[in-house]
Design a protein around this ligand. Structure first.
Ligand SMILES: CC(C)(COP(=O)(O)OP(=O)(O)OC[C@H]1O[C@@H](n2cnc3c(N)ncnc32)[C@H](O)[C@@H]1OP(=O)(O)O)[C@@H](O)C(=O)NCCC(=O)NCCS
Length: 255
C-alpha cells in the first residue's frame, strides 16, 4: 500500500459536490430602526399603493421592508434601479400564478428566499445553491404538545419524547427547518405534510415526495441569529459557507 504525502493527498482528494457554495443572509429588525417609510423608496408604484392600503402598522412594515429588500438584492445583482426589478411569483409546480417562490426572471442564476416573523425579516441568497429560509419567533404563546402533534414526524416525535417536556426552541427549530425546505422547492405548505417530513438530521427526509421534488439531498443549516427568532436554511448543496449580516438600512445591502 502506498501512502501519499499529506499535501498531495489534499490535492487529489475530491471536493464534496457543491461544498463551498456561498449563501449570504441579511437580517432586518424593526427595533433596529428600519422604517416602512425608508423602505418604500425602493418599491414599485403598485407596491407603494398596496403598502399604503395596509391598515396595521406591522403589516405595512413587513410588506414594505420585505419587498424593498428583494428589490435591493435584484438591483445590486442586475445593476438596475430597484423599482425596475421584475419579481415573478409564478408557481413552478402548477399553472396557477401568484403563490410561487419569488425570483428574478432576469437573473436565473440567483436564488433567494425570504421569511418574516414579528418585526424580523430574513433574506437568504446564493448563486451557488438553491436556498430556502425560515424564521420562527420564540415569543408566540404556543402549546408545545399541540405543536408537536401538528409538526413532528414519527422519528422526530420519538427523539423529542426522550426530553422531560417538549422544548419550545427545539420545536421551533423543526418548524423553521421544515418551512425552509418547502420554501427551497417552492411547494409550500399545502403540498407537503409536515408530519411526513423529517428534518432532525443534516438532510431532509420525506415520505412520498410530490411531483417536482428535487432528486438530490436537501441540506439543513441552523442560522446563528444574535437574538430573537429561531432560523434555518435549506440548500441543495452541502456545507454552504454562510454569512449573516444585520442591516440597519435597506440601502446597506451589498453583494
Ligand atoms: C411559502 C409559505 C410556506 C410561507 O409561509 P409564511 O407563513 O408566509 O412564511 P414566511 O413569512 O416565512 O415567508 C413569507 C415569504 O415566503 C415567500 N414565499 C411565498 N410563497 C412561496 C413559495 N411557494 N415558495 C417559496 N417561498 C415563498 C415570499 O417571499 C414571502 O414573503 P413576501 O411575500 O414578503 O415576498 C406559505 O406561504 C405557503 O405555503 N404558501 C403556499 C404556496 C402554495 O400554494 N403552493 C402550492 C404549490 S402548487
Amino acid at each position: 500500500m502506498s501512502v501519499q504525502p499529506a499535501a498531495q493527498r489534499r490535492q487529489t482528494r475530491r471536493r464534496p459536490e457543491g461544498a463551498g457554495a456561498v449563501v449570504r443572509v441579511w437580517v432586518v429588525r424593526e427595533d433596529a430602526g428600519v422604517t416602512a417609510a425608508d423602505a418604500q423608496a425602493w418599491l414599485s408604484p403598485q407596491e407603494r399603493s398596496r403598502a399604503e392600503g395596509l391598515a396595521a402598522k406591522e403589516d405595512r412594515w413587513t410588506f414594505s421592508v420585505s419587498r424593498a429588500l428583494q428589490r435591493t438584492l435584484g438591483a445590486r445583482y442586475l445593476g438596475v434601479p430597484g423599482d425596475q426589478v421584475e419579481i415573478s411569483r409564478a408557481c413552478a409546480h402548477c399553472p396557477h400564478g401568484g403563490h410561487g417562490k419569488p425570483h428574478f426572471p432576469a437573473a436565473p442564476g440567483l436564488d433567494y428566499s425570504v421569511s418574516h416573523t414579528q418585526g424580523v425579516i430574513v433574506l437568504a441568497a446564493s448563486t451557488g445553491t438553491r436556498v430556502g429560509v425560515d424564521a420562527e419567533s420564540g415569543s408566540r404563546a404556543i402549546d408545545p404538545a399541540g405543536l408537536m402533534r401538528l409538526l413532528a414526524s414519527e422519528p422526530e416525535r420519538r427523539a423529542l419524547s426522550f426530553a422531560p417536556e417538549p422544548d419550545e426552541r427545539a420545536l421551533l427549530r423543526l418548524w423553521a427547518r421544515k418551512e425552509a425546505v418547502v420554501k427551497l422547492t417552492g411547494h409550500g405548505l399545502p403540498r407537503v405534510p409536515f408530519t411526513a417530513l423529517s428534518v432532525d438530521g443534516p438532510v431532509a427526509r420525506l415520505d412520498a415526495p410530490p411531483a417536482g421534488w428535487p432528486h438530490g439531498a436537501l441540506h439543513l443549516t441552523d442560522l446563528p441569529l444574535t437574538r430573537g427568532p429561531v432560523a434555518a436554511l435549506a440548500t441543495h448543496r452541502q456545507r454552504p459557507k454562510v454569512t449573516v449580516t444585520e442591516l440597519t438600512r435597506v440601502a446597506d445591502l451589498t453583494l
